[in-house]
Design a protein around this ligand. Structure first.
Ligand code: SIN
Ligand code: FE2
Length: 239
């Protein structure tokens, strides 16, 4: 368990902030304030490092602000899947490459489907990558997945990158998502954990090619995104 961080906040708390906090009500200079203990903790599940509560609500809001210009320059699209049909998750990317899928397969593409280069990865996201991985090498893709009501992502491996010695860093923002973790092969037992806004998962080492997916989200469980939904950012070294 990493040390907790105390901070003060006037009422009311956001719904998304409830699960990880110990809250007590105190009076300061006649004003009622809540003292919150934000519990940051590091869990390990099948080799995945799950940093619960890594980002404070103010940092989460900053990230959302940093993502707005990306969504404007490179709007979300619904990728086709090779077998036919479209993914329920909408996506876009920042960085030198963006993840892309159509009838002919999954790959990284140097341009958004509408023909423009992907926007740059915001500095605060690169800082998170460095803090979490300690690597000088920067990710060359920040994939932004948006889960609206009913969206999900089937079990898969992240295996379109050239070098699996680099970890994947995954940042959850907005509504809760039920994250399922399997093994190195398809099939077999799986374990699930709810990822809340501000949680960060590092998939590296032995777990780099572990199957994972998102079964469902709790739509509107968070107020971070005005229209609800969940954003997941995955940072990857592609080449
Ligand atoms: C992914 O595996 O690409 C997304 C994971 C998540 O949404 O948490
Ligand atoms: Fe993935």
């Amino acid at each position: 368990m990493l040390p907790g961080v105390y901070r003060e906040q006037t009422l009311p708390l956001q719904a998304s902030e409830r699960p990880l906090k110990c809250v007590s009500v105190r009076f300061f200079a006649g004003k009622m304030v809540k003292m919150e203990l934000i519990r940051m903790s590091l869990l390990r599940l099948r080799g995945f490092e799950i940093h619960k509560g890594y980002l404070e609500p103010s940092q989460q809001r900053q990230l959302i602000d940093a993502l707005r210009p990306i969504l404007k320059a490179a709007p979300l699209f619904s990728p086709e899947v090779p077998g036919g049909g479209k993914m329920s998750v909408r996506m876009t990317s920042a960085g030198q490459f963006g993840w892309f899928s159509d009838a002919s397969g999954y790959r990284y593409a140097p341009e958004h489907p509408r023909g423009s280069a992907w926007p740059e990865i915001p500095g605060e996201i690169l800082t998170l990558w460095r803090d979490l991985t300690g690597l000088e090498r920067r990710p060359d893709c920040c994939l932004l997945n948006y889960y609206g009501e009913g969206a999900k992502m089937g079990l898969h491996q992240d295996k379109d990158e050239a070098d699996f010695s680099y970890p994947v860093v995954s940042i959850s923002l907005g509504d809760d998502g039920l994250f399922r973790i399997g093994g190195a092969q398809r099939g077999g037992k799986t374990e699930s954990i709810w990822l809340n806004s501000g949680d960060v998962v590092v998939m590296g080492g032995e777990a780099r090619l572990t199957y994972h997916g998102v079964d469902r989200i709790r739509y509107k469980s968070s107020r971070l995104l005005p229209k609800g939904g969940r954003i997941n950012l995955t940072l990857r070294v592609v080449t």
